[in-house]
Design a protein around this ligand. Structure first.
Ligand code: BDR
Ligand code: CA
Length: 307
């Protein structure tokens, strides 16, 4: 299996992504690290511990990371994920606590200890990943690639310009895109196509208690304090995990991605063809999703978790 580290801010779709990663036989989850994003660090860490405990995966160490972006205040997304970050869905208290090394220490050790380079799957503001690369540049060689959920070629979802994870820490995003590491940007252009239709929610419900939890997480998306009325809520973060399992499901284009730092377009990912102004490409940008393949991979993992 492919060794992965998940950096998360659970977050409803982060929780589904953790379930997918733990249920997929193709992946070996070496560590989960948390960052402030959808809700505070304290809550994202508690949520990661709760989800992993529910899955019986107390063996996966959880390291708590940054309490806010590299610069400026935290902009959370409680309007989407609920005040607790999990849409008010009650889960039992965690069976284990956070790892004393914290996010960056844990990521560094996991990278050093793995027999082969590890894939970093970043599903949240990129603060922890940027700090890791600043503090341990020598460990870049241990990173196979970074697959990140974030950005958009077109409109955003928090401002007309910007997607949440990049908007929440544009400085960190810029450092990651400039890192020289292989990057797959799984942005809104691909993840917007992951909307869970009633048929797919029904299928989840038929997959035992893990499928039931996933269906509840998907259905709990709130906006402005009430049910969103979104008939088909997307599970953005799960798409990034799924495309590590089956890369072909996200169609990508080789591009140059720059991150706007200032003004009303702060956090916008400017995606241009390579070669323009002589600038080299730095990412494979997801431009579309094979929905059928995505749901096959998700259902398979949920069924395996339950069994
Ligand atoms: C991203 O923002 C967060 O709210 C979600 O968890 C996902 O990582 C989607 O824009
Ligand atoms: Ca997230």
């Amino acid at each position: 299996p492919t060794p992965v580290i998940l950096d998360v801010d659970p977050g409803l779709d982060d929780a589904v992504a953790i379930m997918l990663a733990c249920g997929a036989q193709e992946l070996d989850v070496r560590a989960v690290t948390t960052v402030a994003g959808n809700v505070s660090l304290e809550k994202t860490t508690a949520n990661a511990l709760k989800v992993l405990s529910f899955l019986g995966r107390g063996d996966v160490p959880v390291g708590a990371g940054a309490e806010g972006p590299l610069r400026g205040p935290l902009v959370a997304a409680e309007d989407v994920h609920g005040a607790d970050g999990l849409g008010g869905i009650p889960l039992p208290e965690p069976t284990f606590g956070p790892d004393g090394r914290g996010a960056v220490g844990l990521m560094a050790d996991a990278l050093r200890e793995a027999a082969e380079p590890v894939t970093l799957v970043a599903l949240a503001p990129l603060t922890n990943v940027a700090i890791l690369l600043r503090e341990h540049p020598e460990l870049k060689a241990r990173v196979a690639r970074i697959v990140l959920m974030g950005g958009s070629m077109g409109p955003g979802n928090v401002t007309p310009h910007a997607e949440f994870n990049v908007h929440a820490d544009p400085e960190a995003a810029r450092e990651v895109f400039e890192s020289g590491l292989p990057i797959t940007m799984v942005g809104l252009d691909a993840t917007r196509e992951s909307g869970v239709a009633p048929e797919e929610a029904a299928r989840m419900l038929s997959l035992g208690r893990m499928g039931e939890l996933a269906a509840r997480l998907v259905g709990a998306v709130v906006k402005g304090g009430g049910p969103s009325g979104l008939r088909t809520p997307p599970v953005h973060d799960a798409v990034a995990v799924a495309c590590v399992i089956e890369p072909g499901m996200v169609r990508t284009r080789r591009m140059r991605v720059d991150v706007e730092q200032e003004g009303e377009a702060r956090g916008r990912t400017v995606c241009g063809p390579r070669g323009v102004e002589g600038r080299a490409s730095n990412a494979d940008v997801g431009v579309g999703l094979d929905r059928g393949a995505f749901f096959r991979v998700l259902f398979r993992a949920l069924a395996r978790l339950a069994g």
